[in-house]
Design a protein around this ligand. Structure first.
Ligand SMILES: [Zn+2]
Length: 656
């Protein structure tokens, strides 16, 4: 079991700064990148803001809200947060790893391993992928052009009354920037080649792609070949038998997304949409319009890597929500038009295929499959010693023709899960136990179940979990099967508070909130991955959405504001107001003009906080204004009106 793969050079690099020793750095990395260190300070503002948003949403009576706030503030004031799940030397190791810009720390493609690579080696590997003819380098960022193209298309549809105003606003691109490219090392292959990944959530096509995905996804998954997941496959294979003259083989489509032939795929989808009698229930658009929008999403394949822009030349856009569905639909077409009875038991999960065929046909089968579409090429793997893995299942055949299953783990799997010691809410950790136990039951034949449960027990113990937890979860799962779920009959919450997890304190807060019918959902803000993995091009402060910010004047006065749009756009507005003396548009303008010739420090705008929710952001803005010395803020008011209790709790903690 290898937890951390250190390439030769980074091992030395971990020590170059002379600040941390290799053992400590390794110790930290071995915790796994999803490990959450306990925060040094209790994130009081996040807790107060999360509770405040939920309290307002719950629409409680004024006195009741105030009582709730008083109880929460008392918990914040009186709970001693003692725990720290890392040693000081480990905190130092994190800091020095964070500063070390000669290495790249990233999770492996599969198996929860952490990989440390020499930065220039990582960059070389990325550039090796980004070669023609698969990719083409672009002269500049096409985001604005794409944005305009999509907005125009949607405007036309709105003008022709095919979509309404609400739908137009939902789909139109706002606040977008270029998708980001990065690579994850495949540690099960020699020399660790990278798997290319594109993070497209900020792409101008993202909202549109999600919408189109919801329209076309019901078209897929209706074939015999369709495999939903590993459990589904286990159920199918358990009922199957295999003849003595037959053999198990798996096929893998090489880089399916970048090789899907789009013209064929789009034709297939247009036809299927045309035949779909229920299409009207899902959308007001017709098959042709949907296919046109889909094509725009699929063909918007650009991304940024190391400040340069590239475009993928063929296939479906990586990272787009429509791409897996289009790949699936194309493969269904491939199966319908090409497969014959020789491929007896053909089951497919996106680009992974499990098949039973006559042994004599084995050699020609791959040649045949690869002759069908030039861009669709498969590789094959044949059973070894009567066993073949598929997804998370290992299938074994027996002389009597029956097939049994057990859980399959790649040899590179680390058996590393979120450590019991990590600053995650208890139910997250219990969820991991549940998932592993359930997987053991779902994927194992009776004969292999005991082994698998034993394995789960020892793996969890290695990750710090108490042994009793496995049995507790096992019993709960058994009970659940018998009972018809009565637990879900609980009353519905009136609102949900999303707050960071702080051991002891957060649990007390949850109990109080539930007295008022408010459910609590814990979020884990900082993990080692957030701290140490820097493979995506960083989002500049200018592009950050949902900022609470502070703009300083040279005299020491400052202005605190918030914006749901990109911070750069809001700053530009302040700047312009200052230049033109528009007092009403920015208190900064008033300050600059009334004080004579004060200079605003535009280059050092401070990011105080980030919140995507508007109410949460306004609550935080008000807290920050109120925590600032009155005589220094240019703000004309204190923002959203907050209870003095909340402000006192925030102030009380800022001095600690
Ligand atoms: Zn000033």
């Amino acid at each position: 079991m290898i937890l951390v793969y250190l390439c030769e050079w980074p091992l030395a690099a971990l020590n170059t700064k002379g600040e941390s020793s290799i053992p400590e750095s390794k110790e930290v990395l071995e915790l796994g990148l999803n490990f959450a260190p306990t925060p040094k300070r209790v994130p009081v503002i996040d807790i107060l803001a999360g509770v405040e948003v939920a309290t307002r949403r719950a629409k409680l009576q004024v006195e009741v809200s105030e009582e709730l706030r008083a109880r929460i503030c008392s918990v914040i004031k009186n709970t001693k947060v003692r725990q720290n799940n890392m040693k000081p030397s480990q905190h130092q190791a994190i800091a020095s790893l964070k500063r070390n810009d000669t290495i790249v720390i990233v999770k492996a493609d599969k198996g929860n391993a952490t990989v440390v690579l020499d930065k220039s080696d990582y960059m070389d590997k990325c550039y090796m992928l980004l070669q023609p003819p698969t990719y083409k380098k672009l002269k500049k960022d096409p985001t604005q052009v794409v944005k305009k193209r999509i907005t125009d298309l949607l405007k036309d549809l709105k003008a022709a009354k095919h979509i309404n105003m609400a739908m137009f606003n939902k789909l139109k691109p706002t606040n977008c920037f270029a998708p980001k490219f990065y690579g994850l090392p495949k540690v099960h292959k020699p020399e660790f080649p990278l798997r290319p990944i594109v993070s497209a959530i900020t792409s101008p096509t993202f909202s549109l792609s999600k919408f189109i995905a919801s329209i076309i996804s019901p078209l897929a998954g209706k074939t015999n070949s369709y495999v939903k997941n590993s459990s589904h496959f286990k159920l199918m294979i358990s009922e199957e038998t295999i003849g003595f003259d037959e053999i198990m083989v798996s096929f893998d489509v090489k880089s399916l997304f970048t090789n899907v032939p789009l013209p064929e795929a789009l034709d297939v989808i247009k036809d299927k949409l045309g035949e779909d009698e229920n299409l009207d229930d899902r959308t007001t658009l017709n098959a042709e319009q949907i296919t046109n929008l889909l094509e725009v999403c699929l063909r918007t394949t650009y991304f940024v890597f190391n400040k340069e822009y590239y475009e993928q030349q063929n296939g479906a856009a990586m990272g787009s929500p429509v791409s897996p569905i289009v790949a699936n639909l194309f493969m269904e077409h491939f199966e319908e038009t090409s497969l014959d009875t020789r491929f007896r038991f053909w089951k497919r999960y996106v680009d992974d295929i499990f098949c039973i065929i006559k042994s004599e046909f084995l050699d020609e089968s791959l040649l045949f499959l690869n002759s069908l579409f030039p861009s669709i090429q498969l590789t094959s793997e044949v059973e070894k010693n009567g066993s073949l893995p598929f997804l998370d299942v290992l299938v074994s055949r027996f002389d009597d023709g029956t097939m049994k299953t057990s859980v399959h783990r790649k040899s590179t799997h680390t058996d590393r899960y979120i450590s019991y010691n990590s600053n995650h809410a208890p139910h997250v950790k219990k969820g991991i136990v549940k998932c592993l136990v359930r997987r053991a039951y779902n994927l194992s034949s009776e004969s292999s179940l005991k082994n698998e449960i034993d394995h789960v027990r020892s793996v969890l113990s290695m990750n710090g979990y108490p042994r009793s937890l496995v049995d507790k979860v096992k019993n709960e799962l058994k009970k659940k099967k018998k009972q018809v779920d009565t637990t879900t009959l609980n009353e519905d919450p009136v609102a949900t508070a999303i707050i960071p997890y702080v051991s002891t304190m957060s649990e007390r807060i949850r109990k109080i909130l539930w007295d008022y019918g408010i459910r609590t959902s814990f979020k884990t803000k900082t993990t080692l991955s957030n701290l140490l993995t820097k493979v995506k091009d960083p989002t500049s402060n200018e592009n950050k959405l949902g900022a609470v910010y502070k703009i300083m004047c040279e005299c020491g006065d400052f202005y605190i504001g918030e914006s749901g749009r990109a911070l750069g756009i809001r700053i530009k507005e302040h700047k312009s107001a200052c230049e033109h003396g528009y007092f009403t548009k920015s208190p900064l303008a008033e300050h600059v003009w009334q004080e004579g010739s004060h200079v605003i420090n535009w280059n050092e705008v401070k990011l105080l906080d980030i919140s995507q929710g508007m109410v949460e952001r306004k609550v935080k803005e008000a807290i920050y204004i109120n925590m600032s010395p009155n005589n220094l803020t240019m703000n004309r008011d204190s923002g959203m009106e907050l209870s003095p209790l909340v402000l006192r709790a925030a102030r009380g903690h800022s001095h600690k």
